[in-house]
Design a protein around this ligand. Structure first.
Ligand code: NI
Length: 169
């Protein structure tokens, strides 16, 4: 089932998600629906708060559905190591048409549970590292808008205000 992706400034996007404690059919259905929704929107990552569900669940697929091994489900994820810096363009499905450069760690190691509750660790570099950080930020209620420089953040907010005034947001 395709879910509605909420846009900034929907309040759920700024709330920290609740930890997941039950790994049941409801969670598996949420994850399946999130993949369907993300592929339709042509995204590479989607967090549960973006579909209005305030839970610590996020999915990533850098191949956009082309490589089954790239499908990642992260439940209750956390960053346990990070190193270096990267400064690249980033987008977010809750900010359609907005792309801005954001500083992130070059490499991170995450720890998360899969959809069955099994813990695992995984390393990410470059785009995967960026996706881990962007999506885990969502679960903490932190949006990439607030990772931009103050100048870019103001320009972006102005652009969003204009789009909203024109009924295009
Ligand atoms: Ni996002």
């Amino acid at each position: 089932m395709i879910l509605k992706i909420v846009k900034y400034p929907e309040p759920v996007l700024s709330q920290p998600g609740e930890p997941v404690t039950e790994f049941n059919d409801e969670l598996r259905k949420l994850v399946a629906d999130m993949f369907e929704t993300m592929y339709k929107a042509q995204g590479i990552g989607l967090a549960a708060p973006q579909v209005g569900v305030s839970k610590r669940v996020t999915i990533i697929d850098l191949s956009m559905g082309k490589e089954p091994k790239d499908k990642l489900v992260l439940v209750n994820p956390e960053i346990i190591l990070s190193e270096g810096k990267q400064y690249e363009e980033e987008g977010c499905l809750s900010f359609p048409e907005i792309r801005e450069k954001v500083q992130r760690a070059a490499k991170v190691r995450i720890r998360a549970q899969d959809a069955n509750g099994k813990w695992f660790e995984m390393d990410g570099e470059e785009l995967l590292s960026r996706a881990f950080q962007h999506e885990i930020d969502h679960l903490d209620g932190v949006l990439f808008l607030f990772r931009m420089s103050p100048l870019k953040r103001n320009l972006t907010l102005r652009k969003i205000r204009k789009l909203r005034a024109d009924g295009k947001w």
